[in-house]
Design a protein around this ligand. Structure first.
Ligand code: PLP
Length: 408
């Protein structure tokens, strides 16, 4: 084979939450019980898409139009519905032309980073859902540029760190936010978002905001969306139906572009994303057809309320329980369904057992050292963790943790 088919950059590609599967398979062969916590799939964790949504999906599947291609940007009536939903909030206004459907946000993410110049960097948070940094690193062919989230301040971004890295790094043209956060469960205040918009404004960079958990916010918090604070800054919001219907198998997500008319460079970039999408023709039609029917139905709010109540209980239970363990801390999570567990210095050693009581034992598996990244749960040890690489932070999946220990 002529050797020009291999892109050298891809040899460095890593994607922790899927890469861990090979390690887990090895552990399973060695007789370990594995509970798969490497992916935030509510269906795999035992949640159900409500029957009434399933009925809408079944009925829509019988409609002839769901069998055809849809426009490249996505079904017009669905985009119009979502534009109206956005415009009902006070903030950046959009039309159906400021939106593109993708086959899930995973697909959107690869397009968004893939269509930037290699030299352009988007600075992202750490710790964070790793798809963004994997894609950003791949396309720019170097290590991700990160800003710190501060565990002592609700896992909010360290604004000094963020500002300095934008200021002194001229290749940074975008700031990535994940709100609500995965794995931190942080929900950003309006003030914080305004401060970040001010930084973006000052250094003339755009904001990319992953808002896939926008509808899963609890503990009395409210999600403030990017469009509400973006003002005149250029922005991209990423939304989807994987988590809140929940229907991750639909592979359906979309991007909303704010203020693209206000900056010719950003406008060109957004147009290029649309042009590139033409090569793929369009995203899957069926899930798009159901969005206005589901999200426009009062039962949607109700089903979200029930799930939020559940996550609120789970969040409070995990907070109370895990913080009793010496050397371990967990912030109260206010959104999404994970928590970021941190360890005091010296606590996290290979094969270490942290005992709280007979009921609960956190067990750091031996394979940790080998893989550097971890998301295995050992059933007989009754817990639960998902260690994110060298950061030494465990991602706690709220559902599994609480159902095992509290019957929640
Ligand atoms: N963004 C975040 C923050 C996620 O946690 C996930 C999935 O876990 C995704 C995006 C992926 O979304 P999708 O199912 O639309 O690809």
């Amino acid at each position: 084979m002529r050797n020009n088919i291999v892109n050298k950059g891809t040899e460095e590609l890593s994607y922790e939450i899927r890469g861990i599967v090979a390690v887990a398979e090895k552990a399973r062969e060695l007789g370990k019980n594995i509970i798969w916590e490497n992916i935030g799939d509510p269906i795999a964790k035992g949640e159900q898409m409500p029957e009434w949504i399933k009925e809408i999906v079944s009925e829509s599947a019988l409609e002839n139009k769901t069998y055809g291609y849809c426009p490249t940007q996505g079904l017009l009536e669905t985009r119009e519905f979502l534009a109206e939903l956005n415009n009902s909030k006070n903030g950046a206004q959009i039309t159906s032309n400021d939106m593109i459907f993708f086959n899930g946000l995973g697909d959107a993410i690869t397009n968004i980073y893939g269509l930037m110049k290699k030299e352009c960097r988007v600075i992202g948070p750490t710790p964070a859902y790793s798809t963004h940094s994997s894609a950003e690193g791949l396309y720019s062919n170097s290590s991700p540029v990160m800003y710190e989230l501060d565990k002592n301040n609700l896992w909010y971004p360290d604004l000094d760190d963020l500002e300095n890295k934008v200021k002194y790094n001229p290749s940074v043209s975008g700031i990535l936010l994940i709100n609500p956060g995965n794995p931190t469960g942080a929900v950003y205040s309006k003030k914080l978002l305004n401060d970040i918009v001010d930084i973006a404004n000052e250094y003339d960079v755009f904001i990319l905001c992953d808002e896939i958990y926008q509808n899963l916010v609890y503990n009395g918090k409210k999600h403030v969306s990017l469009s509400e604070v973006i003002d005149d800054v250029c922005g991209i919001s990423m939304k989807g139906i994987s988590k809140d219907l929940p229907w991750p198998g639909s592979r359906c997500g979309w991007t909303e572009f704010y203020n693209k008319e206000k900056d010719p460079v950003f406008k060109k970039y957004v147009e290029n994303i649309g042009k590139f999408k033409m090569i793929e023709v369009c995203s899957t039609t069926l899930p798009q057809t159901i969005i206005p029917k589901v999200m426009g139905d009062k039962r949607f709010e109700k089903s979200l309320d029930e799930r939020k109540k559940y996550y609120e209980k789970a969040s409070n239970y995990a907070y109370k329980t895990l913080n009793k363990i010496e050397g371990v801390s967990l912030n109260l999570t206010n959104g999404a369904f994970y928590g970021a567990l941190t360890f005091d210095d010296g606590v996290l050693n290979n094969n270490q057992h942290l005992k709280m009581d007979k009921e609960l034992e956190v067990y750091i598996m031996g394979v940790l050292e080998q893989c550097g990244h971890h998301s295995l749960v050992e059933k007989d040890k009754r817990f639960v963790y998902n260690l994110l690489g060298a950061s030494g932070i465990c991602m706690v999946p709220l559902t599994s943790f609480c159902s095992k220990h509290n019957g929640l």
